[in-house]
Design a protein around this ligand. Sequence first.
Ligand SMILES: [Mn+2]
Length: 340
Amino acid sequence: MNKETTQIVKELFASPQKIVIVGHKNPDGDAIGSCLGLSFFLESMGHSTTVIMPNDFPDFLKWLPGVDDIIIHERETNKSTAQIKDADIIFTLDFNSLDRIGEMQSVLEESTSKFVMIDHHQQPADYAVATYSNVKMSSTSEMVFHFMDAMGQSEKLSKEIAINLYTGIMTDTGSFRFSSTSPTTHRVAAKLIEAGAESAVINQNIYDTNSPERMKLLGVALNNLVILPELHTAYITMTQKELDDHNFKKGDTEGFVNYALSVKGIVFAAIFIENKQESIVKISFRSKDDFSVNDFARNHYSGGGHINAAGGKSSQSLNKTISEFISILPRYKNELTHAS
Ligand SMILES: [Mn+2]
């Protein structure tokens, strides 16, 4: 965090503040971990905090310290809106544009509170009085650690903070595998373990929670895997019926796309998931090296994200979405062949 932002933030927190901390829609481990970690930190500094998520999040995150106090805007809209109206400061974490929070967008846009952004996605919007944005960071949770450090408060690192931030870093880096994992990421992780984050326990709580239905659904996904060797691309499709047949729950398809990317020689992977309720196909993209799925998702699927991980959607049918995808790919043949 640079000196200017640090100075603004220090002045904002000179006296006790009422703070709302918001994560993005469909919150993941990094959104939940960074928001809860920051919440414990700010509470320890004498501020009062409320963590609000636009909608519900997967069960495998529901053991995290502080998780029971999270307000789900979709479920408790009045309570959430009242907290936002009453806030002095609103933190937005792990997203950088107010259109990433669904129904909450208008409530935040109408707010007169001061905004602080902590985020590692590309192209941050300009709504905050203090923007701490760094696309090279492994995770927003790692940034919360640096935020504490910049405030000169790293001694406030408690076990509750450590567990939340470790979970966020671990999930956003695919267990320290993605290229965003830096030496500093590992140093931060080491400090979090020293502060009481038990790596083995956190790993079990997050990853060893598969339901039999999810494992069967993974079997269907792998069976649907299509590989286009000339284009170094692999993709998976999931129909609504396949999801229904396996008693699909939010988060069940999380990580499936990584299996497509793990095929030897593949630099670009996608998963297309039919969502009949919203009449869309949800898409997740992953890539290796310098093939930018952020650009790809922005250009063709009104989405975005990071260079190597992004999301998007299509309002066409699943079949049409796939045939369109296949027709777009050859334009990228050069980049896909020479990604390095
Ligand atoms: Mn993140």
